[in-house]
Design a protein around this ligand. Structure first.
Ligand SMILES: Nc1ncnc2c1ncn2[C@@H]1O[C@H](COP(=O)(O)OP(=O)(O)O)[C@@H](O)[C@H]1O
Ligand SMILES: [Mg+2]
Length: 442
């Protein structure tokens, strides 16, 4: 080594060169170290960069998701806004509709108030005219009255404004007498008490007919609801064995139908004038084809059923008794009939007044006096003589007995002959074309 140093001392340039070389080597080593250090740094940066790129990708993904969500929210917002707007429009429409309905209801309430006031006034007016209530002009055109001459089937109301004078008895036994002569009789029970029905039909059968809706009240109710009602559907037949006579029966529940019809008439509810239901039903070919005579057993007062009978009838037969009280009611009835001629039935005639429950076949002196008074008063009220039947019906316990047994007169008995005579006298009062050839063996 000392030799080398000595050599260097001799060659200073070499020394410098070696120094330079050493410096270069040192610098080179430094550079290499720095190079590796920088490569390490670069690798780290590349890893960092890759990480960053990964994060960037994730962030971009997130940004896209957020954007998608945002646009979804936007759409939803638009949708919600339009829904709210639609709801507002709906609400507005409903408010308008409700307001219109309120206005309409107010209008209806006013119309109803006016109708109620009108009906109150009507009822008041009707109350003031009392008994003349039923004689008012028909609401709309009444059904056509088929003239008796063409119809050939007389319709007779048996009526007196007094109860217990024999209306039902006369109707039932006349029906029997006409049937025995070969007439096909249609009897109709128009009295709430249903006494005529009770003479032909048992209470249990009436109850069954009530359940089957086969009674007069059901016919009347149907008339007000339905357009076409056939009275024949309500006829119970036969009422006399081997004969073609029938009965439209009734029960005490007729009172309700009667009340309904009266209210409809008073308040003008029904479209049809409820006074003409029976005329509409009876003045039909199918009835005239099936029956030869119709007998209507009326109640002892003018109510809907009674007016229906009078509006449909050709004749009124007025039974009365030889007592002051019974005969007093006859002029009232005749006066009512005269008034009914104006708007209800101009064709209605009084067939005659019939004396029932006399003491003997020949009238006693007091009975004659009452009879003459009745006929005189009748003439006075009608402005023309009223027929008094020559046939008189005696007070006879057989009548009540037959009634309680629901049987009819035996041919050959005095009472049977009386009613046969009465039927003949009644026939005389009717046009010739209405009379049937008697085919009775009696
Ligand atoms: N000629 C008579 N003889 C005996 N009783 C009679 C006679 N006519 C009717 N009666 C009886 O008088 C009562 C009333 O008769 P009814 O025909 O029901 O009268 P109206 O139908 O007018 O109310 C009945 O019990 C009946 O039996
Ligand atoms: Mg009666």
């Amino acid at each position: 080594m000392s030799g080398f140093i000595a050599y260097l001392e001799q060659h200073p340039n070499l020394f410098v060169a070696l120094g330079g070389l050493a410096a270069i080597l040192g610098a080179g080593v430094g550079c290499v170290i720095q190079y590796f250090a920088m490569r390490g740094q670069r690798d780290k940066l590349e890893v960092d960069l890759a990480e960053c790129k990964k994060r960037e990708g994730a962030l971009e993904e997130k940004a896209r998701t957020l954007e998608a969500q945002l646009s979804q929210f936007g759409e939803e917002k638009v949708r919600n806004i339009s829904t709210i707007e639609n709801m507002q429009i709906d609400h507005q429409t409903k408010v308008t509709q409700l307001n219109e309905e309120i206005e309409r209801f107010q209008g209806e309430v006013e119309t109803r108030d006016r109708a109620i006031t009108r009906q109150k006034n009507l009822v008041n007016k009707m109350m003031q005219i009392e008994g003349q209530l039923w004689e008012k002009k028909a609401l709309s055109g009444p059904p056509k009255f088929w003239p008796l001459q063409d119809r050939g089937m007389p319709i007779i109301s048996v009526l007196n404004l007094k109860g217990g004078v024999g209306k039902t008895t006369v109707t039932a036994h006349l029906a029997a007498a006409f049937s025995a002569k070969g007439y096909r009789v249609l009897a109709i029970d128009l009295d709430l008490q249903g006494s005529l029905s009770g003479m032909f039909i048992s209470a249990s059968l009436i109850k069954q007919k009530y359940d089957d809706k086969q009674l007069l009240q059901h016919f009347l109710n149907s008339c007000t609801h339905k357009r076409k009602v056939n009275l024949l559907d309500y006829v119970h037949q036969p009422i006399f064995e081997g004969q073609q006579s029938g009965l439209v029966a009734t029960s005490d529940k007729l009172a309700y139908a009667e009340m309904n019809l009266t209210m409809s008439w008073l308040l003008r509810i029904a479209k049809k004038d409820t006074r003409f239901l029976l005329r509409r039903a009876l003045h039909q070919k199918r009835i005239a084809r099936q029956y030869d005579i119709v007998l209507l057993d009326c109640p002892p007062l003018i109510n809907t059923c009674c007016v229906n009978a009078l509006a449909a009838s050709d004749y009124v037969l007025v039974p009365t008794m030889p007592s002051k009280k019974s005969s007093e009611r006859v002029p009232y009835l005749l006066e009512a009939i005269r008034r009914f001629h104006v708007h209800v039935n101009p064709h209605l005639q009084v067939a005659g007044i019939l004396l029932n429950r006399t003491l003997r076949a020949q009238l006693t002196a007091p009975e004659s006096t009452i009879w003459e008074q009745v006929l005189a008063q009748a003439k006075d009220r009608m402005g023309a003589p009223v027929y008094g039947f020559h046939t008189k019906i005696r007070q006879n316990p057989e009548v009540r007995q037959l009634e309680s047994e629901s049987t009819f007169l035996e041919p050959g008995t005095e009472l049977f002959n009386t009613f046969r005579k009465l039927s003949e006298e009644l026939e005389e009062r009717m046009p010739r074309e209405c009379r049937r050839l008697a085919n009775s063996p009696y």
